[in-house]
Each structure stands twice: as C-alpha cells, then as structure tokens.
Design a protein around this ligand. Sequence first.
Ligand SMILES: Nc1ncnc2c1ncn2[C@@H]1O[C@H](COP(=O)(O)OP(=O)(O)OP(=O)(O)O)[C@@H](O)[C@H]1O
Length: 549
Amino acid sequence: MTGASFRRGYQVIRTALQYGLDDMLPAKLTPWYYKLLRGSLFWLRNQHKDKPSGERLKLAMQELGPVYIKFGQMLSTRRDLLSDEWAEELAMLQDRVPPFCSTLAREAIEAELGQSIDSLFDDFDDEPLASASISQVHTATLKRTGEPVVLKVLRPNVEVQVKADLELMTQSARFVEWVLGDGNRLRPLEVVQDYENTILGELNLKLEAHNAMKLRGNFQDSDAIYIPYVYEDLCYPRLMVMEKVEGIPVSDIEALTAQGTNFKLLAERGVELFFTQVFRDNFFHADMHPGNIFVSRDHPDNPYYIGLDCGIMGTLTEEDQRYLAENFLAFFNRDYKRIAQLYVESGWVSANTDVPAFEQAIKAVCEPMFNKPLNEISFGHVLLELFRTARRFDIVVQPQLVLLEKTLLYIEGLGRQLYPELDLWATAKPFLENWMAEQVGAKAMFKKVQSKAPYWSDKLPELPELVYDNLKLGKKLMGNYQQLIDRYLSHQERAHKSNYLLITSAVLVICGTILFGQMDTLWLPCACIVTGAAVWLLGWRARPRKRKF
Ligand SMILES: Nc1ncnc2c1ncn2[C@@H]1O[C@H](COP(=O)(O)OP(=O)(O)OP(=O)(O)O)[C@@H](O)[C@H]1O
C-alpha cells in the first residue's frame, strides 16, 4: 500500500468515526474484536452527537468528496431501504452540496475560455444555481444569441480527490483479491478499474458535452425526453455551456401532483426510455438520480422528462446486449431453464455448472416476484438474492454490467416514487419482444444485408477481376504443390536406397572381419570387405541432398 493510500484510508476512517457512523452499525456487526479495535482509536470521538444520524451520514459523505457523494446519491433513491429522514438528507447530495466561492468559479471559467466572462455572457450570476458532486452551475445569458444558459464548472482539485480515492479503492481491491481466493471470481480489481474509467470520464466536461449531443440526437423527435442543447464550441475539459432548462425535479412529487401530472404515463415512459437506450441505441444514461432528471411544466397530462448530466454513459457489447435481452425475456416468460442456459452460454458462470440445480435456484428467487406491482417487489433485493445464488454456482462478476445494474436500481427507485402501481412486466415485455423480433428472423436479416449494401456496391465491380486473379493464383499454387510432393517423394526414395546399401555394406564388412579368423584362405574375407566398401561408396553417393521443403 502506498503512503498516499494509507493517508487517505486513515482520513476515511477518521471522518467516519468523527461523525459517529460506527454508532449506526447494528450490534450483530460489531463483534468483540471490532469493539477492541474501535477502543484502540480512542482519540477519534464522535464530534457531532447533537446531530441526527441522517445528517451525520450526509456531512461525512460531503466531507469525503465526490466518490462518496455519488454513493450517497445512489443510496438516497432507495427509499424502500432507508428511513425518510436518511433518504431526505442524502437527497441533498444530488444538487445541494455546499458551493465553492464564486471568485474561484470565475477564475476557472475565464482560464478555460481564455477571455473574460463579460465578453461572452451577460448577467453572470455569482450565486450558483446548484452545486453537486463534481461541479457547480451558474446562470448567465449568452451574448451572441440572447438565450439563457448555464455554465457548469468543475470543482477545484476534484481530480486530486477522486484519484486519491481511486488509488485507495485499487489497493483495497488488490488486498481483497490476495486475501480471498474467492476474490478472483468477484474480480474486484476489474470492477474498480471499470469504475475508474467511468468516473475519470465524468471529470472531462468536453466528453460530457459530446455525450449530451449524442443522446440529444438519439431522442431528437421523442415525446418522452428532452436533452438541452450544448454549445460545443464553448465546452472545455473543465467548463461546459448549455441551454438553461426549466422543469420540476422528478423527486418533487408535491409540485408534480399540483400541476396534475399523469404519473402513470410518466412512469411508463421511464421504463420505455431505459429499454430504448439500452437496446435500441446501446448508449444509456448511467447516472439517473433524481437530481439529474426533471419533468416538463408543459402539458402535464402528456409529460416528458428533461435529462441532465451525461457524464456517465454506458454501452454493452453486441453479445452482452443480446444475452441480456434474452435473459429479460426468459425472465418475463418464467423460463428459468433458459436463464440458466444463457448464463452458461455467455460465460457468466462456468461451463461445468449443474444447469438444472441452477435453474431451480433462480426459480426460487424470481417466482415470488410475478404478478406483483412495483410497490411489492424490489429489484435491489432480487439482484442481491440472484447474486448470492449465482455465487454458489461460481458466477464471474461482469464489470460491464455493473453500471447497468446501478441504472436499473435508479429506475426502480424512480418508478416506486412516481407510480408504485406500475406493472413493470406489462410495460417492458412488449418492448423486448419487438426488439428481439428485430434482431432475429427475416426482417433482421434484411436489415443486416441492407447495412452491408454500401460496402458490397463498392466491392462488387472488382469481383470478376478478383475471381480471375484467384483462379490464376490457385493454378500456380497447385503446380507448386505438385512439385513439392514430387521432390519429397524422390527424397524419401533416395533415403531408403542409401540406408539399404549402407546397412548391406556394414553387414559385408562385419562378415569379412569374422571370416578372417575362421578360414585358411584369405580371398573370401577380402572379397567381402572389398564388396562391403564398394557398397558403402554406392550408399553414400545415393544419400539425398540436404534440402528444405
Ligand atoms: N441545463 C441546465 N439547466 C438548468 N439547471 C441545470 C442545468 N444543468 C444542471 N443544472 C442544475 O445543476 C445541478 C447539477 O448539475 P449536474 O448534475 O450536471 O452536476 P454534477 O456535478 O455532474 O452532478 P452529479 O453529482 O449528479 O454528478 C442539476 O441537478 C440541476 O439542478
């Protein structure tokens, strides 16, 4: 462990203990050795005893920085797991993190623009509109168009903080892998590396701007979501300028109710948007906490979402996408055998898995969920149970699916808040069936052929020439091949002949030598030896020349 990780580790423990987070642990998680260890850190006392536990948790996460704030944002969406007090406190991490001073914000913005704010914008507001985990947002008016815009600027030193946490996470993952042989199956290091790529990508606002424009393009004509316009020529790694949008935060149920929002349609559109992004576009928003989603104020009976913060986007490989869709469908059709087979086919569990036993285990987890509205089921719970089950069958954690699981949990949290009676199955199943139908069958084949048409129209005129050249080449190759075989056969023939003569010569020489001592006459042994020598000469001459084939 490096010095920096050690220091950061100590800082995390110190913050947790000074905010009394250890007091929140249930008794069964504090065995005697934990108490002994806690007692040895006697100088780190809870300094905020007067504050309620939810507020202490929020303050600790806030102090620890972006990585922990993001974790708090995710937790805040799980009202089914947390008390109202905790959920409300943690929800403040979505857009109400204490701001940094506006002088620093101005300096950072002007450093990126390379000119003064006033030369490009009017009415720059020093009071931030919002302040979240990695950035702060200020409003202004763009001089050249007169449009209201927002300037999103990265927090000072955010990269340093994030990198220190990533280093600590990497070291801890290495330690876990080393301690547990089991750890390899969980691939903690790979999961951390994947998270690292994701969060480092979020720290580049130029990349976020590009993502936002791509997502906007994907939903250009959609009546389910609107993505604000990004002024790409005014975007830099630490600054992003975009259209200012007005809307109601999706978590503000009171305001949504007051304007008469059609919650059922809104929730259904949320599910539809998730599946469209994952399966149709293979480009999904993977940071869908309520601070990043607003609902339009226009026509509340036909409401649409407004999506912000495209810093974390996910994609899947074609195979993962296909396996996942099949998995969902098999799940909706209660075909547990297919689910088990898919896990084996995709390599997510070992090929030696006992498929019938795995099928039964999956059935035991999933079956109780059916025919229940969203308010009676918990994906979070099911995912945990499935994970626990799959562990028994040697599952290999797929880091590329972690983002997707996180997004699914956000969607569930959102759906639960908006319209708990939502029939998830009825909403999602037709979408997946259509998608699968488009992937296989005649229509899909036609589409694939169609997508390859420009390539073939380019290559087709060259075809006769290619065929002729290949035939000529084939003929030449055949000739060469025949020559090679002939040479090999003649080589073998000479080798056999030479060996035969050399062995005969050896026999003649040995016989001649033996006869020398046995016979009175010399002519016979001499004849044998001379003949042997002559035969050896012939054999030596007959040997094959050294040749490479
Ligand atoms: N285009 C916009 N129009 C109006 N408000 C905006 C806009 N973009 C951002 N905001 C406000 O700023 C807040 C923070 O923005 P954003 O989520 O992009 O920052 P972040 O630091 O990346 O946050 P996160 O913690 O989610 O990563 C949003 O929750 C929203 O309230």
